[in-house]
Design a protein around this ligand. Structure first.
Ligand SMILES: NC(=O)c1ccc[n+]([C@@H]2O[C@H](COP(=O)([O-])OP(=O)(O)OC[C@H]3O[C@@H](n4cnc5c(N)ncnc54)[C@H](O)[C@@H]3O)[C@@H](O)[C@H]2O)c1
Length: 375
């Protein structure tokens, strides 16, 4: 009879993850670059009917007959995001999180995230890790990859809109991939957030920093723009504000006119995932309107759905990184880059941190079973 196998896995709490280098934006941007090349070659699988779904979402009703059932609230949801990533990663994993704005009243971050990595062959857990930092850093690193491939030649000015957690890694990733960077303009609805942000980044990048009092002034001179703002005040950008040749990256919500999408090149982190959001929304009783408030690409998806944009005009960063599609046509083209975030990013950066944790002997080994009871 086959001997029953012992299964152990590594538990990595937040401080283990920090020691394993989770905050290293330069390293993460390199890993994201590698991941986009794999996606471009098709060496990945996500969930859903076309294997390109962002994941499965639980939201709550406005009212319920069950006293304990959670009710709808700002940013209140659960999300499971599974993926398999090939290449040297050869790893399956899932990011699982709960989010509730009211967490702040309890001394918790808005969302609480964990990543589980599983052996791609057996399904055994390999690692279970705290993923708040992992998630922020992988999100911010993606515009850095976009800047590497899509910024115009000689790009020297950056505009950062929203000076919060995600923008901290966006700016680091962008500046590390923009060798000619000279100036950074910052804008936040709270000036002190921009000042704090500037002081932190200034210590790492010796550049000129200018805090702007309005959104337009922050973006008019920028060769690379990064928008990662969240809150009740919407970010609305007019096309005529933008310089020819600029790369306009959006991580989160930003509003633009319909013509903006028709007049400029559009690159997604992964168009098939956004298309899958559209297809999934059409199964909902409210149709595409069901994603109006939750999916930042809703305006483009609506235009695509109504036939105002052709699919051939919608590109994916993986196709650019893997050389299937040219990066930019010329130095005057404006490019809109939209990032929706993929579970593949969590598996990729989670795996890299796990490898480093093993090297350093970090974390706690936990035993799932010493031979499964029903093997
Ligand atoms: N694509 C992805 O993978 C992904 C993943 C995580 C988060 N996000 C998105 O990134 C965005 C930022 O998240 P965060 O965690 O950094 O939030 P945060 O709350 O830490 O920071 C947001 C900042 O934006 C500022 N702000 C709000 N409205 C503004 C406006 N109109 N103009 C300028 N500044 C404004 C706030 O004052 C705050 O400083 C959110 O929209 C979030 O949904 C995207």
């Amino acid at each position: 009879m086959m001997e029953r196998k012992k299964t152990t896995f590594l538990f990595l709490n937040e401080s283990d993850m920090i020691k394993a280098g989770v905050l290293d934006t330069v390293g993460c941007t390199r890993v994201m670059d590698e991941m986009f090349a794999l996606i471009g070659r098709g060496d990945y699988i996500m969930s859903g009917h076309n294997k390109n779904s962002h994941g499965a979402l639980i939201t709550f009703p406005e009212k319920s007959p069950f006293p304990n059932m959670p009710l709808a609230g700002p940013d209140r949801r659960y999300m499971a995001m599974p993926a398999y990533l090939g290449g040297r990663f050869h790893m399956t994993g899932v990011k699982w999180y709960g989010s509730n704005t009211k967490n702040h009243e309890k001394g918790l971050p808005r969302s609480v995230l964990m990543v589980c990595l599983n052996d791609a062959d057996t399904g055994e857990p390999v690692a279970l890790m705290s993923a708040n930092l992992l998630s922020s850093i992988r999100t911010g690193s993606v515009p850095g990859v976009a800047a590497k491939y899509l910024a115009r030649e000689g790009a020297e000015s950056v505009g950062i809109v929203g000076c919060g957690v995600i923008s901290r890694s966006c700016v680091r990733a962008i500046l590390n991939n923009m060798p000619g960077a000279k100036r950074v303009c910052l804008y936040d609805i709270y000036r002190d957030a921009a000042e704090k942000f500037r002081d932190e980044i200034k210590a790492e990048f010796d550049l000129e920093y200018i805090i702007k009092d309005d959104l337009k002034q922050c973006v008019v001179d920028a060769d690379v723009i990064s928008i990662a703002a969240s809150g009740a005040v919407k970010v609305r950008v007019e096309e005529e504000w933008l310089k020819p040749g600029c790369l306009f990256t959006v991580t989160g919500h930003a509003e633009m006119d319909q013509e903006f999408f028709q007049n400029n090149a559009i690159v997604f982190d992964h168009w098939p995932m956004h298309k899958c959001w559209l297809e999934e929304s059409l199964l909902h009783e409210d149709g595409i309107e069901s994603i109006r408030e939750t999916i930042s690409t809703y305006p483009v998806l609506k235009m695509f759905h109504e036939g105002h944009i052709r699919e051939e005009e919608l590109h994916s960063l993986g196709d650019i990184v893997s050389g299937k599609v040219p990066a930019r046509k010329n130095n005057d083209e404006r490019i809109l880059f939209i990032s929706g975030g993929m579970p593949l990013e969590d598996v990729a950066w989670g795996f890299a941190c796990y490898e480093e944790a093993v090297k350093q002997g970090l974390g706690q080994e936990l035993c799932l079973w010493d031979g499964a009871y029903w093997a």
